[in-house]
Write a new protein. Structure first.
Length: 210
């Protein structure tokens, strides 16, 4: 952030441009700062920090973009050659959207894992007790149910009531799917309609914009 004209220590425009490999785009930006009556000039450096670049690398750094505020007219303007800084106002919104999608996908995956653990655990206990398959099946079922309890704690949302309420809908749909795949149960249209309503409720509870 530069107050007023270009400071004396930055007055050697040629040296600044040379530092940036003689880019004419940089020269236009720096000269605009030096010649304007800017009250504030914002200079942005775009680095690929996610790839571990701590120092500017001309191959991976976007040249300086400048946004000035004219002291006499009180208007904001883009310095010629720096239009990209004005064309992408929604870059942060896109990043936020990607972050929300990643969180939602992680949440859905955890719901699926939890459903397999709980429904599978209940099924194993059922087999051990109702079908007289022995204590080993019951023990495996208890382990699976315990796993379900821990998986639920990994959900991004911190509200226990919301997580369990939403999981109820996943449990309904998952139970019908398990019966179809494992026990040969064939859900009818009313079963499918009810499961769809439950999954819609999950989406409203968990993934509505708040």
């Amino acid at each position: 952030m530069l107050e007023g004209p270009l400071p004396d220590e930055l007055g050697d425009i040629g040296a600044l441009v040379a530092h940036w490999h003689g880019s004419q785009a940089v020269r236009r930006r720096v000269e605009a700062i030096a010649e304007s009556s800017a009250a504030v000039a914002l200079i942005f450096e775009w680095r690929r920090r996610c790839q571990g670049l701590d120092q500017p690398d001309i191959g991976h750094v976007r040249p300086i973009d400048v946004l000035t505020t004219d002291r006499t007219r009180g208007r904001r303007r883009c310095v010629p050659g720096s239009e990209p800084c004005c064309r992408n106002p929604h870059r942060s919104s896109a990043s936020a959207y990607c972050g929300r999608m990643t969180t939602a996908l992680r949440s859905i995956l955890l719901f699926v894992v939890a459903a397999v653990a709980e429904i599978g655990g209940a099924w194993l206990i059922w087999q051990g007790v109702r079908e007289h398959r022995g204590v080993a099946w019951v023990g495996a079922g208890i382990i699976a149910l315990t796993t379900y309890g821990f998986v639920a704690t990994l959900q991004p949302d911190a509200n226990f009531g919301r997580i369990l309420a939403a999981y109820g809908g996943v449990f309904v749909a998952g139970s019908l799917a398990w019966g179809r795949l494992v026990d040969g149960f064939k859900p009818d249209r009313f079963d499918l309609a009810g499961a769809a309503i439950c999954l819609l409720g999950v989406a409203v509870i968990m993934y509505s914009p708040r």
